[in-house]
Write a protein that binds this ligand. Structure first.
Ligand code: UDP
Length: 337
């Protein structure tokens, strides 16, 4: 009864592995360490360094470890990169999943959980966005994930596999005990940038667009704590083990916070009044992205524990401070509030 986690050394994958190990599950990881860190895996979890597209490797791991379910995180996630190099995204996301599914079918692994994204919706007609909303991705990243969803659906129907597709909204925060978190250098995510500013690693944060027709003029996002997201995957695994039919679920809290509110939350929890600069809109940004969460709440036995922006900000900050100390010594704090 082993669970194979691809991309298990990455940001979300490592929280998943932690959650599975804490729940007493047997776990094995495949990660090519292109963005992940082996040090973030709990002791004793077998790591195979390689590509989830390597069918021989995957087949060997499935056979050697008695894998019964796959949770597939491995892939590329940076929207602007996908604009510059779309074929890399179709290879790393769509084609890799095709190879992985091919092996899963061959080896009779019939439970599959897939990391998808709210980017499959593009600019939504209605907010909160339900799962049945039109899918009109605006980037190769979103398209590569949507193509994978379609492929997974077809393969599952043909081969008796059950799946859960989880469409992530804005994943943020870190392990509440600060053991793991987002460690990618050059990350572009709002909360990561804000905690880098709060720890003095950036002189300021730019707010991309303050002229949107929203209450304070900045974009609105639905942040989900990475630990709650990992628990949603665990709940999805239980759902499939109990015989639940294949489904697609939004992963968010169903509540939106503006970019300015998010930055204020980081200023409050850090007590550091770092500089905020109003800047032009970032091209490709969607104004408001908030999940309709009725389906995930009625389908899975999932009770989020960290549905609170300040808690998410505090955990992201604690992790960032630890990371900074590990890499550079004591943090150079920005001006105190
Ligand atoms: N954002 C910002 N300044 C930054 C980084 C992000 O104003 O330094 C804004 C961005 O324009 C978007 C929101 O924060 O409106 C969330 O962006 P992020 O890249 O975190 O996630 P996305 O929603 O694009 O996947």
């Amino acid at each position: 009864m082993t669970v194979l986690v691809t991309g298990g050394a990455g940001y979300i994958g490592s929280h998943m592995v932690q959650a599975l190990v804490e729940a007493g599950e047997s776990v094995v990881v495949i990660d090519n360490l292109s963005t992940g860190f082996s040090a973030y895996l709990p002791e004793g979890v077998p790591l195979f360094i390689g590509d989830a597209a390597d069918e021989n490797l995957v087949e060997g791991v499935i056979a050697a470890h008695g894998v019964e379910s796959i949770i597939h995180f491995a892939g590329s996630v940076v929207v602007p990169d996908s604009m510059r190099d779309p074929l890399a995204y179709y290879r790393n996301n769509t084609m890799t999943t095709r190879s992985l599914l091919n092996v899963a079918v061959k080896c009779g692994v019939n439970r599959f959980i897939f990391s998808s994204t709210a980017a499959v919706y593009g600019n939504p007609d209605q907010v909160p966005v339900p799962e049945h909303a039109a899918t009109r991705p605006m980037s190769p990243y979103g398209s590569s994930k949507l193509m994978t969803e379609i492929m997974l659906h077809d393969a599952a129907s043909a081969h008796g596999m059950s799946y859960v597709v989880l469409r992530y909204f804005n994943v943020a925060g870190a392990d509440p005990l600060a053991r793991i978190g987002l460690a990618t250098v050059g990350a572009t995510h709002l909360l990561k940038i804000a905690v880098e500013a709060a720890t003095g690693q950036r002189a300021k944060i730019d707010v991309f667009g303050t002229d949107y027709p929203t209450p304070d003029g900045s974009c609105i996002r639905d942040f989900i704590h990475v630990a709650d997201l990992a628990q949603a995957h665990r709940a999805a695994l239980s759902y499939l083990r109990d015989g639940g039919p294949s489904t697609t679920l939004n992963c968010g809290y169903g509540r939106g916070y503006s970019v300015l509110e998010t930055i204020e939350a980081v200023r409050r929890v850090s007590g550091r009044n770092f500089a905020v600069q109003y800047a032009a809109r970032r091209s490709g940004d969607i104004m408001t992205m908030v999940a309709d969460t009725s389906r995930i709440r009625s389908t899975l036995d999932w009770a989020p524990r960290y549905d609170d922006l300040e808690t998410i900000a505090a955990h992201a900050l604690a992790w960032e401070e630890k990371l900074f100390r590990e890499r550079h010594g004591e943090p150079r704090h920005a001006a105190s509030a």
